[in-house]
Design a protein around this ligand. Structure first.
Ligand code: ME8
Length: 501
């Protein structure tokens, strides 16, 4: 049976509609999932919504609805977005689902059995926006001397009786684990941040709440619901069949990759591994913290009014153009900036003018001049040289994707496209048609092979367009397949004036 590959995104808070950051994370994870499927792995890909916590309660209250109603309404937008963007997830999990409650309570019980949970009184700073506790020393000063979290969100002083998790006990085991698994946290810059944080000392973590009831009930402790991050992180285990399906768990756990944004690396590389160590469950193999998307270099926020709806971008420019742009232009792991102009420029340069044009002129030439089928023809060394160049470009894409260097992979792929365009210009099949038809056939046959390889390679990035293209090319070595006059697959995009420009 194929080697399993379990990949997850963060699960998103459905306290509002999805934004482009959510779309970006899903698209990156989807490209990796599709790539791994192509490599023959048995992929399980999970995304979903994180529905508990105080932020949901407060947003729902402001809208005069229950948290469950809010979650039901908003979660559906995330699901629809996933479908629209061709996200090939195997499960869209909602943390309000029954099997997830079971999983969260089961891991809680294991941590309790270890003696790692105790009841005490919590007093400290809490940010509802981040759903996170902060120590005094971590806070920064905002305008007018107001205390803010390191993420710049408001904090409030909270006091209540809660369950605590003995996080402090795991400081050394975590440091040992990071040392033994240098690839656990990527990229390197995030790993260094986490090391510094853990080396600075860990305090026990408050893991239950009594001031509201929208959460997973703490087993045997009426009035307590779990701190939202305890149940949120456990979603990854729920998807792998924990605790009921031992066979499935053995297959998909530990997860190969948790793909998340840089703001939540601490939860995934400190709290989550500590919970798992406490529960005697294996730790995930890797956590990758991607960067943030900026709108023309600016952080997006509701108050600035520059939040972009990914569905609108996908509708205006096409899903594959958006996917291609995000994966090609944002160096994976770093922050990236986007604008309508940048999307249009990139999609036109690479997809429409280079790859699309290459396919279009080759296919229409064959349809028009060769009755849709090329013969063996007379080979030349130039043909083998081109196919080697294309294979080299595709192999570089594969290596880069294996290493999560997504933009470098796409860039390497483009060198194969450029090689084809140089080849077609140098070989000039339109001249050979009159002077040397045998040679013309060999040139066109070489181009078909090269375009097919490039199309298969780029499929994880632009799945719908690549599939359409491959259908137009027909399978390799099928003499009966007739190439029809093609319809362009990568239309030239026009810049759409945005309303607020
Ligand atoms: O943090 N660019 O949910 P969330 C890129 N529920 N990525 C961005 C982004 C941006 N501008 N803004 C946010 C949560 N993200 C928790 C996760 S996981 C067990 C629980 C990313 O809806 C962010 O970094 O606030 C995170 O990975 C994801 O979107 C969901 O953010």
């Amino acid at each position: 049976m194929a080697d399993p590959f379990y990949i997850t995104t963060a699960i998103h808070y459905p306290n509002g509609k999805p934004h482009i950051g959510h779309a970006y994370e899903m698209i990156a994870a989807d490209a990796i999932a599709r790539f791994q499927r192509q490599q023959g792995r048995d992929v399980f890909f999970q995304t979903g919504t994180d529905e508990h916590g105080l932020k949901m309660v407060q947003t729902a209250r402001a809208r005069d609805m229950t948290a469950r109603e809010l979650a039901d309404e908003m979660s559906s937008y995330f699901r629809v977005m996933a479908e629209k963007l061709d996200i090939s997830c195997d499960r869209f999990i909602r943390t309000s689902e029954a099997d997830h409650y079971r999983a969260s309570q089961a891991i809680w019980e294991k941590m309790a059995a270890k003696g790692d949970l105790y009841l005490d009184r919590y007093e400290g700073w809490y940010s509802v926006r981040d759903e996170a506790f902060y120590e005094e020393k971590e806070l920064v000063e905002g305008e007018g001397g107001q205390k803010l979290s390191p993420q710049g969100t408001p904090v409030e002083w909270t006091k209540e009786e809660t369950w605590f998790f003995r996080l402090s006990k795991y400081q050394q085991p975590l440091l040992d684990f990071y040392a033994a698994n240098p690839d656990f946290i990527r990229p390197e810059s995030r790993r260094n941040e986490v090391l510094r944080f853990v080396e600075g000392g860990l305090v026990d973590l408050s893991v239950s709440r009594t001031s509201f009831d929208w959460g997973v009930p703490v087993p045997g402790s009426p009035g307590h619901v779990m701190y939202v991050w305890v149940d949120a992180l456990t979603n990854y285990l729920t998807g792998a069949g924990f605790p009921d399906d031992a066979e499935r768990l053995a297959r998909y756990w530990p997860a190969d990759l948790h793909l998340i944004g840089k703001d939540i690396v601490r939860f995934h590389t400190v709290y989550w591994p500590a919970f798992l160590m406490s529960a005697d469950i294996a730790l995930p193999k890797q956590v990758f913290g991607h960067g943030f998307l900026l709108n023309r270099g600016e952080k997006m926020s509701k108050s600035v009014g520059n939040v972009v709806d990914p569905m609108e971008l996908a509708e205006t420019y096409g899903v594959d153009a958006l996917r291609y742009f995000l994966l090609r232009d944002v160096s994976f792991g770093q922050d990236g900036t986007f604008s309508d102009e940048a999307i249009v420029t990139r999609a036109n340069a690479d997809l429409s003018n280079s790859f699309g044009n290459l396919a279009q002129r080759t296919l229409s030439f064959i349809a028009k001049n060769c009755e849709g089928a090329v013969q063996a023809g007379r080979a030349d060394e130039a043909d083998a040289v081109l196919l080697t160049e294309v294979d080299t470009a595709c192999a570089a894409f594969t290596r880069a994707f294996q290493d999560l260097a997504l933009s470098q992979g796409v860039e390497a792929w483009m060198t194969g496209v450029f090689a084809c365009n140089q080849y077609i210009d140098a070989q000039a099949p339109w001249t050979l048609r009159k002077t040397d038809p045998e040679r013309m056939h060999a040139v066109l046959g070489t181009l078909l092979k090269a375009i097919r390889r490039l199309g298969v390679t780029i499929e994880p990035v632009v799945p719908t367009s690549a599939a359409k293209l491959l259908a137009q090319l027909g399978p390799e070595g099928d003499a009966d397949f007739k190439i029809a006059p093609p319809t362009p697959i990568f239309p030239r995009l026009e810049l759409q004036a945005s309303e607020d420009a």
